[in-house]
Design a protein around this ligand. Structure first.
Ligand code: PGA
Length: 248
C-alpha cells in the first residue's frame, strides 16, 4: 500500500514568532491519521523545529544545494539537512524553476546529492498555462521526469516522492479538477511502469499541488492515483491544514 502524504509548503512566509506558534499548534493538534505529515518551513526554522517536534511530524527543506559542500555562499547542503534531522527536501518547485531559473540538469544534480545524503526528494513537476491550453502538457511533464529523475536506479526511485503541480493552479485559487489531476497522476504512473516496473510504480506516492484546500481535498484525494497533497496557502492555518490531512 502506498504512503499517503500531506506536505505543508510554507514558502517565504511568517516571522519567527508566527512560525513557531503555527508549528506549536500543529504539534499540539496531535492529528491522528495514518497520513504522513511533512512541514516545509523556511530553512532558518528547520533546526529549531527539528528539536521540538512531535513524532508524527516530519520536516522538509524547500530547497538545497546541488553541491556536496564548499565555497557556495548562501547555500545549504543535503548533508546539513540530514545532520539536523530533516528527512525530505522539495526539488524543482515551479517558483524556483521560474525565479531562480532552475534547469532540469540542475535539478538532477540536486536529486543525486539528496539521495547520496539520505534525504528524500519531493520532486515537483507540472505545466504552465500555455502548455495546458496548447495541449502539450503531457510532453512537458514527461520531459521534466525524464531529464531530472529517470536516471535513478529502481531502488533509488522508490525513495522519491513526486508532486504534480500545474503552475496555473498554484496560488491562483484555480484547482485542477479531480479528473484532470487523476489523468496526469495516472500518466506519471504509466511512465514509471514503462521506465521501471509495475511493482515500482505502485510504490511511489504522487501528490497533487495547486490551490488544494479543506473544501476540495477530499474529491482530489479520492482518486486512485492521488496519494496526497502539496499544500501552500492552506498550510498556513492549523485548522485548514488539519482538515486537509483528515480528508482521506
Ligand atoms: P498553493 O501552493 O496551495 O498555495 O496553490 C501549492 C504549492 O506551491 O506547493
Amino acid at each position: 500500500m502506498r504512503k499517503r502524504i500531506v506536505v505543508g509548503n510554507w514558502k517565504m512566509n511568517m516571522n519567527n514568532s508566527a512560525a513557531h506558534s503555527l508549528f506549536q499548534s500543529l504539534n499540539n493538534a496531535e492529528i491522528v491519521s495514518s497520513t504522513k505529515i511533512i512541514i516545509a518551513p523556511p530553512s532558518v526554522y528547520l533546526s529549531g523545529f527539528s528539536s521540538n517536534k512531535s513524532k508524527n511530524i516530519y520536516l522538509a527543506a524547500q530547497n538545497c544545494s546541488d553541491n556536496e559542500n564548499g565555497a557556495y555562499t548562501g547555500e545549504i547542503s543535503a548533508s546539513m539537512l540530514y545532520s539536523i534531522g530533516v528527512g525530505y527536501s522539495l526539488v524543482g518547485h515551479s517558483e524556483r524553476r521560474q525565479y531562480q531559473n532552475e534547469s532540469d540538469l540542475l535539478l538532477k544534480q540536486k536529486i543525486n546529492v539528496l539521495i547520496e545524503n539520505k534525504v528524500i526528494p519531493i520532486f515537483c513537476c507540472g505545466e504552465n498555462l500555455d502548455k495546458r491550453e496548447s495541449g502539450d502538457f503531457y510532453k512537458v511533464i514527461q520531459s521534466q521526469l525524464e531529464n531530472s529523475l529517470f536516471h535513478l536506479s529502481n531502488s533509488e526511485i522508490k525513495e522519491v516522492v513526486i508532486a504534480y503541480e500545474p503552475v496555473w493552479a498554484i496560488g491562483t485559487g484555480v484547482t485542477a479538477s479531480p479528473g484532470q489531476a487523476q489523468e496526469i497522476h495516472a500518466f506519471i504512473r504509466s511512465l514509471l511502469v514503462e521506465r521501471y516496473s509495475l511493482e515500482t510504480a505502485e510504490e511511489i506516492s504522487i501528490l497533487y499541488g495547486g490551490s488544494c484546500n479543506a473544501s476540495n481535498a477530499k474529491e482530489l484525494f479520492m482518486n486512485k492515483d492521488v496519494d496526497g497533497g502539496l499544500i501552500g496557502g492552506a498550510a498556513l492555518d492549523v485548522d485548514s491544514f488539519s482538515a486537509i490531512i483528515k480528508s482521506f
